[in-house]
Design a protein around this ligand. Structure first.
Ligand SMILES: [Zn+2]
Length: 275
């Protein structure tokens, strides 16, 4: 789906959204989970372009559901993997690597107990030790204010909170803002990722406030459909409501959301085609 001239949300990928910026030298923003490499290459070919035209693989943050296919896509196309320096660690051989992991912040134990006692616990999450994450080299690090020379310039805004090196890149023409996981659109409204650590919520609040003065006609999210109407009014509306709240209030607020989500996903056919 072409969201704006040259900006394509790719089909047939799993995990996060993957968006292709189709300039002479192309870029993708995020790659989804592992196993999407071939699918992304096919999507590039469907647009009549050569995979070797892909120059940059930009990850909004290190989480596995966004960066899982970065290494394989690099192998397939030769494109360079780009991430904020705070998402990187030194590898054993001295090369720069992407941090490893998934969303993995577990809720406080009192919250888990309360959910279980009220029958809302569901299946426990798979322990992280059973999940293996691929090694992902980082070829270029970026900082706040850097501009990737693609589609007239993709400006990098450092937006720590969800992770230390999360970024929200923005194109100025067309005006497209990429919010990664700093803002989600996968329930019935914009929301912020569930975070249990109050200091991180405070950090995310500050990052989102710094986006308020931007102009954008399209917003892309790591999860959920893009937004094309009243984009900044809605982003500002979200940031009007502070996230820097005590953890018990976050737990109460999310209680309802989690229950609604569970009820919806239990309905027959929810996970079928088109959902
Ligand atoms: Zn994430």
């Amino acid at each position: 789906m072409e969201l704006a001239p040259g900006v394509h949300r790719l089909e047939n990928v799993n995990g996060s959204n993957v968006v292709l910026l189709a300039d002479e030298q192309m870029a993708v923003v995020d790659t989804g989970i592992a196993g999407n490499g071939e699918a992304i290459v096919q999507e590039i070919r469907k647009l009549g372009r050569s995979p070797s035209d892909l120059r940059w693989i930009i990850v909004t943050h290190f989480h596995f559901d966004h960066s899982g296919s970065a290494a394989e896509l690099h192998e397939l196309t030769g494109a360079r993997i780009v991430a904020h320096s705070e998402e990187t660690v030194a590898g054993q051989d001295g090369t720069l690597q992407l941090r490893k992991g998934n969303e993995g912040e577990s809720p406080p134990s009192w919250y888990r107990w309360a959910l279980r006692l009220t029958g809302g616990g569901g299946r426990p999450a798979r322990p992280q030790t059973q999940v293996t994450f691929p090694d992902t080299p980082v070829h270029e690090t970026i900082e706040h204010g850097d501009v990737v020379p693609c589609l007239g310039g993709l400006r990098i805004l450092h937006s720590p909170g969800h992770t230390p090196g999360s970024i929200c890149p923005i194109l100025t023409s067309p005006r497209v803002l990429f919010l990664g996981d700093s803002v989600l659109n996968n329930i019935d409204r914009l929301s912020r990722p569930l975070m249990w650590d109050r200091s991180k919520r405070r950090e995310l609040d500050a990052s989102l406030h710094s986006l308020r003065e931007l102009d954008a006609d399209v917003a892309c999210f790591g999860h959920g459909p893009p937004l094309t109407d009243d984009v900044m009014t809605r982003v500002r509306g979200l940031t009007d409501r502070p996230y820097d709240l005590p953890t018990w209030r976050i737990a109460l607020k999310n209680w309802g959301t989690l229950r609604r989500w569970r009820a919806r996903t239990r309905r027959p056919g929810h996970w079928g085609a088109g959902s």
